[in-house]
Design a protein around this ligand. Sequence first.
Ligand SMILES: CC(C)(COP(=O)(O)OP(=O)(O)OC[C@H]1O[C@@H](n2cnc3c(N)ncnc32)[C@H](O)[C@@H]1OP(=O)(O)O)[C@@H](O)C(=O)NCCC(=O)NCCS
Length: 181
Amino acid sequence: MPVKITQARRLDRDTKLKPFDCNDPDLNDFFHNDALNHSNELLTVTYLFEGRKETIAFISLLNDKISREETGRGKLRTLAKGIPHPKRTYRSFPAVKIGRMGVNIRYQRKGMGTEILDAVKASFTTANKTGCRFVTVDAYNNPCTIGFYQKNGFNFLTEKDHKDDTRLMYFDLKRFIQDNS
Ligand SMILES: CC(C)(COP(=O)(O)OP(=O)(O)OC[C@H]1O[C@@H](n2cnc3c(N)ncnc32)[C@H](O)[C@@H]1OP(=O)(O)O)[C@@H](O)C(=O)NCCC(=O)NCCS
């Protein structure tokens, strides 16, 4: 059955974290030590997908925007292609950012990550309270992570970061609506 964000548990101060290991020390550390602080400071909201004894996956989301400064005027115009004039002259477009995401090593490569991304796309095209056109992520610049996001329809926002540790990628939520109508 597909995953729904509404079925996920929202991390708060009453949450007792269940064991989690996604084989990435930074992500594990964020999950165990920082996620709650970030929630308390209203910086991210973390959703937990839990089994009886362990955490199967988590995703932390925050507000974002794709701006002309980041992309350059040409790229922003390309992103705005399907948007009717005069709204195309916007200097930025609203987005939701995947701050962190990890799937428990025992559950990786079984489609869980893809289901969570689909749940985010569904949630932000139907139930969000403010406008949101894109999903963004600073993806670890390794073939696995980049491949994962590309397989899920994400593209690079710029070529300027191709040698950096992370690459800025985006997904156009209009595409999700079109693909699912
Ligand atoms: C990246 C991550 C969130 C993906 O979640 P997941 O549930 O394993 O992903 P899915 O099963 O939905 O995989 C979808 C696609 O992503 C790519 N992918 C995922 N894991 C991969 C891996 N270890 N190696 C190569 N490609 C991978 C594949 O194209 C895969 O499709 P396929 O299985 O049909 O070939 C998860 O692996 C994770 O938390 N990893 C730990 C942190 C990290 O980024 N590690 C880098 C290794 S990917």
